[in-house]
Design a protein around this ligand. Structure first.
Ligand code: AMP
Length: 473
């Protein structure tokens, strides 16, 4: 087992960088009354949440009051030997998988981040993005703070260390006040596990117990991976501190409204998870059924863009009675196309990943369902593949509204100019990608089928109503 005690990284960072924008990430945490194989349980929890980030992964644990970290670039499976082979025994540990956007990777940004400071030894994993991270960073920089990463997650550690307050609760309250945007946190501090969620509740976070051990996870699929079948959502604004006496909660000042990220349900979370108290599987099927309700077409077959459109296509099929089939196969060994920096590379990657099944689409009027349209790269290629395989008509249906705005809270959405729905309407997009028609699910219908009264979800990427503004400096 490679054990790195907390040492500063050697990469100076002159200030805030765009690279920090856009990371979803996944969190895991464990606190037991007795020593347990924490690296083993963290491994399984992170492995189950691999879809939340493939660029880097890491764990930190408490070793008699000291914080130890082991992190690496790449997938969780790469750590199997170290974390499963001779598991670390401890009462407390946290883990993180990181999704980095263009150029934002690198081991320096991998988490958990660990520091030694006036408040003790701390380790932190963060999911989300701060809308005022730029402003906080500039202010700290002016005061002489030294940064090791380009990620705004580090700002929490600076604020904790510099807080004039004493005691864990008062210090955390102070450090988190004035921090705006999305944060779900898992932290180790003085042998305690701390799990905290921002008052708007952008990103998910869950708490579960088995016997004398408490678990924290972004998604419930990580708890199921350990055979844990009951849990509760950590509330927006709730900070849970778990030590030998068990968990206790305190609450940050409440936000005026909640802003749960609707994109978690549409695309990001794993279908067997429950997010914001809802089944992801059921939510995606409901979105698909809602598209069918609005559609006047009578296609021969409905097919998904695998995997992200599969459940919505099933929902469409069940509601409309149109047969469902897998008209595209996916090569699971192909990497992520979305993140590649240029159009040519993205196109090639999509061609490597998706293949039309002639037998399903030849001579047919096909409805193809995907969860979202971003730049239009994937769908343009898919339409060509389906037509090459003999599809008579190809109609694209999206189980979400038109993406028009950037996300400041951690979803990797490119610039407004790159978002195809800012320059073309449904008809224009259909022409551009060579489809016979394109239809999005309107914002109101999307909210309605996820049972959200106005304001419950953050839909800023669709409607531009950002619940907190971007503050760069
Ligand atoms: P595009 O080809 O740019 O239109 O991207 C659309 C595809 O990317 C859809 O199949 C989505 O499932 C997927 N997608 C949407 N948002 C993201 C994201 N933030 N990260 C990775 N993939 C995404």
């Amino acid at each position: 087992m490679l054990q790195t005690s907390v040492k500063p990284h050697s990469q100076p960072d002159p200030g805030y960088s765009d690279e920090a924008l856009g990371h979803y990430c996944g969190l895991a945490g464990i606190r037991s009354r007795h020593e347990a194989d924490v690296s083993r349980d963290l491994f399984y929890m992170l492995f189950a949440q691999q879809h939340r980030g493939q660029e880097a992964c890491g764990i930190a644990w408490d070793a008699a009051g000291r914080v130890m970290v082991d992190k690496r670039l790449g997938m969780v499976s790469g750590s199997a030997e170290r974390w499963l082979g001779s598991p670390v025994r401890s009462k407390a540990g946290i883990g993180h998988v990181r999704y980095a956007t263009h150029g934002g990777g690198g081991i320096a940004n991998a988490q958990p981040l660990a520091v030694s400071c006036i408040k003790g030894e701390l380790a932190l994993g963060h999911n989300g993005n701060l809308s005022n991270g730029g402003a906080i960073r500039s202010a700290l920089f002016q005061q002489g703070a030294i940064f090791q990463t380009t990620s705004d997650s580090e700002l929490f550690l600076h604020r904790i260390s510099r807080s004039p307050k004493q005691g864990l609760e008062e210090t955390l309250r102070d450090a988190l006040s004035g921090v705006e945007g999305a944060y779900s946190l898992a932290m180790l501090w003085d042998g305690a596990l701390i799990a905290a969620r921002d008052p708007m509740g952008f990103r998910p976070l869950h708490l579960a117990r088995r016997d004398d051990t408490w678990y924290v996870a972004s998604e419930t699929c990580a708890l199921r991976a350990l055979g844990i079948l009951s849990w509760r959502e950590i509330e927006p604004g709730e900070c849970v501190v778990i030590d030998d006496t068990g968990p206790r909660s305190f609450f940050l000042p409440p936000a005026q409204k909640k802003a749960r990220c609707i994109f978690e349900l549409i695309y990001f979370a794993r279908p067997d998870s429950y997010i914001f108290g809802r089944s992801v599987y059921g939510s995606r099927k409901a979105l698909g059924a809602a598209i069918a309700d609005l559609d006047e077409l009578k296609p021969d077959v409905v097919i998904p863009v695998p995997d992200s459109g599969t459940l919505a296509a099933m929902g469409y099929s069940e509601r409309s009675g149109v047969p469902f089939a897998m008209g595209l196969t996916r090569n699971h060994y192909a990497g992520r196309s979305f993140i590649l920096p240029n159009k040519g590379e993205r196109e090639l990657a999509v061609r490597m990943k998706l293949h039309a099944v002639e037998e399903v689409v030849n001579g047919k009027c096909v409805v193809i369902v995907d969860d979202s349209l971003v730049r239009g790269t994937t769908s343009g290629i898919i339409v060509r593949l389906l037509k090459e395989a003999g599809a008579k008509e190809v109609h694209l249906r999206l189980s979400s509204p038109e993406l028009k705005w950037p996300c400041y809270y951690g979803i990797d959405i490119p610039t407004r100019e790159e978002l195809i729905s800012n320059s073309l309407d449904e008809k224009g997009i259909a022409e551009h990608i060579g489809a016979d028609s394109v239809r999005f699910l309107p914002v109101a219908a999307t909210r309605a089928c996820l049972n959200a009264p106005n304001g419950e979800y953050c839909c800023a990427c669709f409607d531009g109503n950002h619940p907190c503004q971007l503050k760069d400096c």
